[in-house]
Design a protein around this ligand. Structure first.
Ligand SMILES: [Zn+2]
Length: 259
């Protein structure tokens, strides 16, 4: 039992961070301040009491309803929290208690926030990517100091980001040339820089193609299975999902498969 203590801790930590990410997902597109005091019920505006604000558990105990007005509380809340817990756990299995763990946790947190907001509103807020990029950049700086490879680490980050921008720019112009429409928004370019910077140049290229397949797959699922037409298709969630998958894949193994 004691053996699983770090896993239990990281999962609960994930639930708590997920609670915070939910707030970001809801408040950032609505242009509200993150630090705007405690959360309130969207129906009756009653402030949520601290003992009703435990991740997942409170939602289950309250039967998914507001204590005050009994209106249903969106399933998005426990879903976002559980998902963050699971993401943190999977990242922990990959990195363990190493110096690379913190930045990987930050990375998947940004992926989650960007995916939810882009899926719902077809925008990728600058503030999320800016904070994410600065945090990963700082992490590479610190890791660089620890390994004595500051210059190499920062160069790899910038090159990865540059590759990310390069590959999406190429497809942007190709798409524009063929259809006279803009296939990607500015947010996608900035997202590719962030993802490429974290993953590195080689994975940034793989990322774009993997995301295209995931995007087509999601599109078909919505169209054929759910019979829902998507007029505006956000590419961000596909990119984020692909980036998440690539965390677990070793570059050496991909290169091995290709050669
Ligand atoms: Zn209420």
């Amino acid at each position: 039992m004691l053996y699983y203590l770090p896993q239990v801790f990281i999962f609960i930590f994930g639930l708590a961070i997920g609670s915070f990410l939910n707030v970001c997902i809801l408040r950032i597109p609505a242009k509200k301040k993150i630090s705007e005091g405690r959360s309130e019920c969207p129906e009756c505006q009653n402030k949520i009491r601290f003992y009703d604000n435990f991740p997942v558990l409170s939602w289950v105990l309250l039967g998914g309803k507001c204590r005050n007005c009994k209106n249903p509380i969106s399933k998005i809340y426990p879903f976002g929290e559980l998902l963050t817990g699971i993401l943190f756990l999977t990242v922990f299995y990959k990195f363990g208690l190493t110096k690379n763990l913190p930045e990987a946790l930050i990375f998947v947190s940004v992926l989650l926030v960007v995916s939810f907001i882009d899926f719902e509103h077809q925008i990728i807020p600058n503030v999320v990517l800016l904070i994410g990029t600065v945090m990963i950049f700082m992490s590479r700086l610190i890791l660089g100091f620890l390994d004595g490879m500051v210059f190499e680490n920062l160069l790899a980050f910038l090159l990865g980001g540059g590759f990310g921008i390069g590959i999406i720019a190429f497809h942007f112009f190709l798409f524009f040339f063929l259809t006279k429409k803009a296939g990607f928004g500015m947010g996608d370019f900035k997202l590719m820089f962030f993802l490429g910077g974290f993953l590195g140049g080689f994975k940034a290229v793989v990322l774009f193609f993997l995301a295209s397949f995931i995007g087509i797959f999601i599109f078909l699922v919505f169209k054929l299975l759910l019979k829902r037409e998507i007029s505006k298709f956000a590419f961000g969630p596909s990119l984020c999902l692909a980036a998440y998958c690539l965390i677990f894949i070793e570059t050496k193994k991909i290169v091995g498969l290709l050669t």
